[in-house]
Design a binder for this molecule. Sequence first.
Ligand code: PEP
Ligand code: MN
Length: 271
Amino acid sequence: MKNLKLASGEKGDRTIVKVSNAEIGRGFVVIAGPCSVENERQVLETAHAVKDAGADMLRGGAFKPRTSPYAFQGLGLRGLKILEKARQETGLPIVSEVVDPRDVSWVAEFADVLQIGARNMQNFSLLKEVGRAGRPVLLKRGMHSTLEEWLNCAEYVLSEGNPDVILCERGIRTFEKYTRNTLDLSAVPAIKELTHLPIIIDPTHSTGRISLIGPMSLAAVAAGSDGLIIEVHHKPEEALCDAEQALTPDMFIDIMGRLKALKSFLDNQAS
Ligand code: PEP
Ligand code: MN
């Protein structure tokens, strides 16, 4: 891809993004937590549950880009303070979305990884701002975007001096309606051919169906993904956002067990 000066695969060594003890691009990293931060109890209970199940990082949105302006928009600063408390209690680094370039510098004081959502993938002023924020960036693929467009967005971040970009495939729009989006698993090996940046899979927003999250998580491991980001809620029936696709802690424990078994099977085959 001719416009890629920094993201291109020809650059040689693969990028490993370090976030506390987690290394994205080496091993397999699992980010889990609620869609949005709703209250302290919800976040702390969920954070402890995912930590106990073996998650490496905690996710949670304090700014929610919603289809309707009347839907819950997130708690903002109050939400980030709750996430900070969860990090203190569990030690899990925080992944949280930023939606406005004006908020980047202060959100970066709370979040260990700045998430750019699918709807903002091509928000170029936001990309430049996170490129200067001194924090790793989780760049989700836009729901209508080609791999080339996506990698050019990564290039925006890299070209501002930030080498720590993690790509996240979260499903693209197709004519299929049974699933929320269509998970493009082929993006994993394709991205590995095209760039040195790590890529993770979001089996939650791509399928929108609890029953499909486990199988797609296992498929992500088999495809060579560097990790997963999954929504878990301590009481999904009470979730203010994406309730229908949040796993209970028990479901998450079950998936983590199967992931571990598959990982060790594949590692043994390789060695
Ligand atoms: C999210 O991860 O909370 C989210 C809104 O995802 P996406 O941007 O992929 O829709
Ligand atoms: Mn969500």
